[in-house]
Design a protein around this ligand. Structure first.
Ligand SMILES: C[S@@+](CC[C@H](N)C(=O)[O-])C[C@H]1O[C@@H](n2cnc3c(N)ncnc32)[C@H](O)[C@@H]1O
Length: 246
C-alpha cells in the first residue's frame, strides 16, 4: 500500500518537546504529539487516518484547539488527605469548561496490543483506562514514560459521586505530503467534558478549580486488584479495593 507517512526511523523516536507545564514529573518526557513504537509500521499507522469515504461522526478538532501546554488545565499535587490519590498529581480546570468541550489530547507512546509491545506495569495505558486508540487494529497509547497533562487525570471513585469528563475518539489534522492542502485527519483520543445529559444535570460543566475526573471503568480496578494480589502488593490492593467499593 502506498502511504504518505514517513517510515519510523528508530524505536521510541520522540516528537519535538516544548517547555512542560508546572508540576510536570521530571522523569517523564513531555510530548506535543504522540510517538510510535517500531511495531506500529507505516501500514498500521495509515489505518489511523480518515479516508474521504469514511462516514464517521467523530469530532474533528480544529488545530487552534490543540495548544501545548494546555491553557485550560493545571497539574496539581493533591494535598487533601481524604483524596484517595493524596500526594499524587491530579488535573484541575483553570477556567470554567462547558459541557462537551474538548480539554486536551491523551498523548503518549502508541503501541500494538501484543504482549511484547505492551508495558504490563503501566498505570497510564489507554487499553486499561477504558478507551484505546483503536481496538479493531489493536493499537493503544501508553503515557507512563512520555505524555502530556492528560496522564494526570484521576478516576472519580472515592473523589466525587460521578465523573465530569470522559475519553472520546476524535480526529486532528496532521501534515501530509499527498493530500490537497497538505493536511490529513488522523485519529487521537482526547479528554472531553461530559455532556449536559438529557435532564441537564451536568449543564454546569466543570467549574474553575474543580478536579477533572474520568472513569477508568471497573475493569481497570479489577485488573489492579488481580495484579496486586499476584504481586502481594498490599498498598495497590488497598487502593484497588477502595476504588471498587466507592
Ligand atoms: C493515570 S494515573 C493518574 C495520575 C496519577 N495520580 C499521577 O499522579 O500520575 C492512574 C493512577 O492514579 C491513581 N489514581 C487515580 N484515580 C484514583 C482513585 N480514584 N483512587 C485511588 N487512586 C487513584 C492510581 O495510582 C492509578 O494507578
Amino acid at each position: 500500500m502506498k502511504s504518505d507517512l514517513k517510515a519510523p526511523q528508530k524505536e521510541d523516536a520522540v516528537t519535538p518537546q516544548t517547555i512542560p507545564p508546572p508540576n510536570w514529573p521530571s522523569d517523564v518526557t513531555y510530548l506535543t504529539d504522540q510517538t510510535y513504537s517500531s511495531a506500529v509500521d507505516v501500514e498500521l499507522r495509515s489505518k489511523l487516518s480518515r479516508s474521504p469515504s469514511d462516514n464517521i461522526s467523530w469530532i474533528k478538532l480544529a488545530s487552534n484547539l490543540i495548544i501545548t501546554p494546555c491553557p485550560l488545565v493545571a497539574i496539581t499535587t493533591i494535598a487533601d488527605e481524604k483524596h484517595p490519590a493524596h500526594g499524587q498529581r491530579g488535573l484541575f480546570a483553570v477556567q470554567h469548561l462547558i459541557p462537551d468541550s474538548f480539554v486536551c489530547l491523551y498523548l503518549g507512546h502508541v503501541h500494538t496490543n501484543s504482549m511484547s509491545d505492551t508495558d504490563p506495569h503501566s498505570d497510564y495505558d489507554l487499553t486499561d483506562l477504558v478507551a484505546c486508540l483503536d481496538r479493531e487494529i489493536g493499537l493503544s497509547v501508553d503515557a507512563a514514560k512520555s505524555g502530556n497533562e492528560s496522564r494526570c487525570a484521576n478516576d472519580y471513585r472515592g473523589v466525587a459521586e460521578r465523573p465530569n469528563a470522559e475519553f472520546r475518539d476524535c480526529f486532528i489534522q496532521v501534515p501530509s505530503v499527498k493530500r490537497a492542502g497538505g493536511l490529513r485527519w488522523e485519529r487521537r483520543v482526547g479528554i472531553f467534558v461530559l455532556s449536559a445529559g438529557k435532564a441537564g444535570k451536568r449543564k454546569a460543566g466543570i467549574k474553575a478549580g474543580e478536579e477533572i475526573l474520568v472513569s477508568y471503568g471497573k475493569g481497570f480496578w479489577e485488573g489492579r486488584k488481580t495484579i496486586a494480589t499476584f504481586r502481594k502488593d498490599f498498598e495497590m490492593l488497598r487502593i484497588a479495593e477502595a476504588a471498587l467499593e466507592a
